[in-house]
Design a protein around this ligand. Sequence first.
Ligand code: ZN
Length: 307
Amino acid sequence: MHLFEYPLCAGCGVQYDLMPADQSPPACLHCLTAFRAEDAAKQIARWTTLRNISIEDRRNIFETDVWTDPDTLTLSTQPALGTEKRAILLRTPLGSVLWDCMGYFDEATACSIEQRKHSQVSSDTPALVAIVLSHPRHQGSVMEWAQRLQVPIYVHADDQCWLQRSDSPWIHAWHGSTLTLLDGQITILRMPVVLASADQPLLAYSILHWERNESQSSLLLTGDAISVNRADGTLELFAREVESGCLDSKTYTEAVRCLWHLLEPLSFDRLLSAQPGGTLQQDAKHAVRQACSAVFVDARQPLHASS
Ligand SMILES: [Zn+2]
């Protein structure tokens, strides 16, 4: 059977393994853990395939913020497939890195990535050198992307069990707290898993830091760990988990502390989160510190642990 016939969740865009007798999976684990119970009930019964959504006049749109950074491109699917989200393509002279993935994929998307190389990249360097996932909920149909573009998928070893298709030779599980790519220009930082409960293991984020030269703003890509409120530019921490009600205040506070400890040593001015439009163009580190501090003021605790 063609890969495009694999079941794909219409709620979050995650593609799943084939089931016996071509049945759909009973539920989407990512929708179950990411939405409120009533929303999950609507999402989990909706299955489609890449082949089906390919005939719905859907496409992936690349956008470049040419005024501030022509090498940071965002990708979104229009019309959106389920929850609105975006992937981000970082272009460097050593090749491009795709941060997160989406459910919808087609040949036009692959050709766009191949054609949008950095202007200084050598002709024998592949256009795309890595796909990196911030969180398993952003895996989309990543196996299709990797297979077509012949590129490794970097996923933290702790997240590998949440990949819904395990049949790809392109999966590269990484271990530990950091992964460096492109001669150290890009660092992936792993946030410690804070939730101890076995049925709530999805508070586990990777964050990308792109260290750049003095004339270009260093960049932080945060997935859903830090979201930018499009209405007023404020930051929300672990908004998906807070919204789904799976975080008690103690665990939330501890997660925020871990997040700040991870980010405090880094220098960054710009921040892009997973939702379309979720971009801070400047002073991002100051904004992150303020958001983390506010949580600790509410909890009447210091931001730094006393030990
Ligand atoms: Zn889903």
